[in-house]
Unconditional design. Structure first.
Lengths: 256, 310
């Protein structure tokens, strides 16, 4: 099991945002997390990436409990998180945005950097090559030296994915990767996710779009009010009466 | 890097020619001050302009560098370079203590903590009479010598100081153009973003503090050996604020801005002295105008052409 949580719990005051959630994610699979607004999906991601500490339960990644690790160490261990809102480093070019995460695993010493010894140039070249590969994969290589402010929403979102891929993660956490995108753009994201799976990545994805979930996920977990209420294949979930009630109830109520 | 080097060569070429053209020791002395302040601002701009922290206590590190090397050379007869190293060591240690709470503090609270540090140093300088000489300070600090060349004239000290400014500029530039600089620049964003990409935000915040303290302390030691006299009145909160102003006026997060700001705010009072009563009025008006019309500092006048600007 690549990722395992047990009884994972997080309260905000009296609100149980995540309430005793157990999940297991097998290597090389894509698992979806769905649920109505406020079901605790994003909070669950915060717990996994270390941006929030849980009050109860544990998280095991690659067989090791990681509860105590700060976010940057979890990232270094291979948990790559893409946030819901694209938030690039606005003062860095697209290329530099990607280099930031490549620096983590390939950075010369401070001494080498300050004296600009030849090995600095060598490692910079290596990383630039890797960055271009990643940007090529995402179809962004033409915007290499652009600043994020000149990119479209779609390009910024892909840049975020690229930045996380540069960490060379084994687990990818995607938080609504297609929200606010056009049909065409959604298709491209889907394509990217498939290719990443083929490369052996394990992916956990939070989505509202049931069609996307059906297309890419092998298994789906449904959260409601912080609790896991169902788990199974997309087909099973679609026909689960409890899930129908939660979703239809909400859809009727919100009128969408 | 190559482009910046061209600018550097031109700028420092002009600076080094200055004493040959203007022989007045007075103006050469003012330029020495510009050099000393530049070293501090070149470090401080890394902390404030890149790591997004603030320090209102930089005069404290300047004082630690000045007093440590001043006292060790004058009272204990240590060679100046050892005094400078001791000052650097002590400053790094103190800045580490100051940096640790800074990981939890932000904005105004961090400003207050650093301001407190500067004031504590000032109080110690005044009160520890046996060591620091108290409010009246102490003198007869020996001059520096460099490769057997005694730096006891304005001219010789000028070249020594600006030689160091050049080196410190290169160090800061190398830092910014390296993976360390990239990581520092990423601290501008919300903390959770660099954290989620594996950047050890805590390390870099502390690092920037140490970096700035190192520069300020070195500048302090130069100051001590140039003035050959030290008293607490040279290391007040006003100086800390002036240093921040230099960076802001020049252009936050830009090495050229740090140099330029230090130069302008060193020269301005000298020039304005002729206006006597109106000196402060003009000075204040200048600062306000810069803030209103050039909020990104004087370097923004040369948009897009400036080295290491964002």
């Amino acid at each position: 099991m690549l990722l395992e949580t047990k009884n994972l719990t997080r309260y905000f005051g009296g609100v149980k945002a995540v309430d005793g959630v157990d999940i297991e994610v097998k290597e090389g699979t894509i698992k979806g997390i769905i649920g109505p607004n406020g079901a605790g999906k994003t909070t669950f991601f915060h717990l996994l990436s270390g941006h929030l500490p849980p009050q109860k339960g544990w998280i095991k990644f690659k067989g090791e409990i990681i509860n105590h690790l700060p976010p940057f160490e979890r990232a270094r261990k291979g948990i790559g998180r893409v946030f819901q809102q694209p938030s690039p480093f606005e003062n860095l070019t697209l290329m530099e945005n990607i280099l930031i995460s490549l620096d983590i695993s390939n950075s010369p010493s401070l001494f080498t950097s300050l004296l600009r010894l030849p090995s600095l140039g060598k490692s910079e070249k290596e990383k630039e090559k890797q960055a271009i590969e990643i940007l090529h994969f995402l179809n962004l290589e033409k915007k290499l030296h652009h600043f994020p402010s000149s990119l479209t929403h779609f390009e910024r979102r892909k840049m975020e994915i690229g930045r996380v891929l540069a960490l060379n993660p084994s687990l990818l956490l995607l938080d609504e990767p297609t929200a606010g995108l056009s049909y065409r753009e959604k298709e491209e994201i889907k394509e990217i996710i498939w290719e990443l799976k083929e490369k052996g990545l394990t992916i956990l994805v939070v989505e509202h779009d049931m069609e996307l979930i059906t297309d890419i996920c092998e298994e789906v977990v449904v959260l409601n009010f912080g609790k896991k209420i169902a788990e199974g294949s997309p087909w099973e979930i679609k026909n689960n009466p409890l899930v129908k009630e939660v979703y239809l109830g909400e859809e009727y109520a919100s009128g969408s | 890097m190559r482009k910046e080097l061209k600018g550097l060569v031109i700028f420092f070429g002009l600076i080094f020619l200055f004493p040959l053209l203007v022989k007045s020791p007075y103006y050469i002395g003012v330029l020495v001050f510009w050099g000393i302040y530049s070293i501090i601002t070149l470090g401080l701009t890394i902390l404030m302009g890149y790591a997004g922290q603030i320090s209102l206590g930089q005069a404290g590190f300047f004082a630690v560098g000045a007093y440590t090397s001043g006292i060790l050379t004058t009272r204990f007869g240590l060679p100046p370079w050892l005094g400078i190293l001791a000052g650097l060591g002590l400053s790094l240690l103190l800045s580490l203590f100051l940096a640790l709470p800074s990981l939890k503090l932000k904005g105004h609270y961090l400003a207050m903590a650093t301001l407190g540090f500067g004031e504590i140093v000032h109080v110690v300088l005044n009160a520890w009479v046996g060591v620091t000489g108290g409010p009246s300070g102490f003198g007869e600090i020996p001059a520096l010598s460099f490769l057997g060349w005694k730096l006891d004239s304005e001219m010789s000290f000028f070249y020594f100081t600006w030689g160091w400014v050049f080196l410190f500029f290169l160090f800061s530039l190398s830092l910014l153009k390296s993976p360390y600089g990239r990581a520092l620049r990423s601290l501008h964003a919300e903390e959770r973003i660099p954290l989620s990409l594996g950047v050890n935000v805590y390390f870099y915040k502390v690092f920037a503090f140490l970096w700035a303290a190192f520069y300020a302390s070195f500048a302090g030691s130069l100051y001590a050996h140039f003035m050959t006299f030290l008293s607490p009145s040279s290391f007040t909160l006003i100086l800390s604020i002036l240093l921040v102003l230099m960076i802001v006026v020049g252009g936050l997060g830009n090495l050229w801005g740090a140099l330029l700001g230090a130069g302008i705010l060193t020269f301005l009072p000298e020039i304005l002295r002729t206006f006597e009563d109106f000196e402060m009025l003009i000075y204040g008006t200048f600062l306000i105008l810069v803030m209103i019309f050039l909020p990104k500092g004087l370097v923004s006048l040369r948009r897009g052409k400036v080295a290491t600007g964002d």
